[in-house]
Design a protein around this ligand. Structure first.
Ligand code: GSH
Length: 242
């Protein structure tokens, strides 16, 4: 029994604060844990496809905000975006549950796989395979992606520089040759005995081959079969349809 009106008022205040807190917690928990800021580019699709894979296996939900990369908008250079990714490029994710953002596609894929792929459907348990996933992701993100990206840039540039175009197209072809050997020696996957984030990470760049004057993958039959297997995955199709 509360003795004074002041005590009753104090209790009412505490109760209302607690109920507001619990309302805001409920609102926060109803939003998906992961928010992706991306676009329909090779790097943007990579994370979309990884999230779609997790959604299919675990029902993981995510929110997707498309960033307008056009010169007229350059949303990725705005201060609010730079706070999430100091590099001013998409994609970046926010994990509301953890309370921090993650940028760089390799780091995002590794983070999502380690935290949300609890059955290791897209990763591995073995120490060697875990290291190999990182090796092939670093390889693709330091080599294949930048080389194919530069080839595309010089092919579309207003100033046509055959030396630069050929340098990046030839290097991209060399890297496809490296993949060809690896896939042949490793039963069709970049790492271990199944599809993983290492394959998805590289796939989203190989998709762009036709934009850099590589009309087909016939020269690299193992890459071609690998490419077709990944393209046929429901999650990958869903990501490319968004
Ligand atoms: N190394 C970065 C590359 C990110 C990147 O180049 N993103 C491009 C789209 S694929 C971008 O945001 N371009 C717009 C810009 O450069 O301002 C990653 O893997 O996340």
């Amino acid at each position: 029994m509360l003795k004074t009106a002041a005590a009753r008022t104090r209790l009412a205040g505490i109760t209302s604060t607690l109920s507001n807190r619990s309302t805001s917690r409920n609102m926060a928990s109803s939003a998906p844990a992961i928010k992706l800021y991306g676009a329909g580019t090779p790097n943007g699709r990579k994370v979309l496809a990884a999230l779609e894979e997790l959604k299919q296996v675990y029902g993981t939900q995510y929110e997707y905000q498309k960033i307008d990369l056009s010169d007229a908008k350059l949303e990725q250079k705005e201060p609010w975006f730079i706070k999430l990714n100091p590099n001013g490029r998409i994609p970046v994710i926010e994990d509301r549950e953890a309370g921090f953002p993650v940028f760089e596609t390799g780091a995002i894929l590794a983070y999502l796989q380690q935290k949300y792929d609890v059955q290791n459907k897209f990763g591995f348990v073995g120490e060697r395979e875990k290291s190999e996933v990182l090796q092939w992701m670093f390889w693709a993100n330091a080599g294949l992606g930048p080389m194919m990206g530069q080839a595309g840039h010089f092919i579309r540039a207003s100033e046509q520089l055959p030396y630069a175009q050929n340098r990046y197209i030839d290097e991209s072809k060399r890297l496809l040759g490296v993949m060809e050997i690896r896939l042949k020696e490793n039963n069709g996957w970049l790492v271990g005995d199944h599809y993983s984030i290492a394959d998805l990470n590289a796939y989203c760049w190989v998709v762009a081959h036709s934009f850099i004057r590589i009309p087909s993958l016939d020269e690299w039959p193992a890459v071609k079969s690998w490419f077709e297997a990944i393209a046929g995955r429901d999650a990958v199709k869903a990501a490319y349809a968004l």
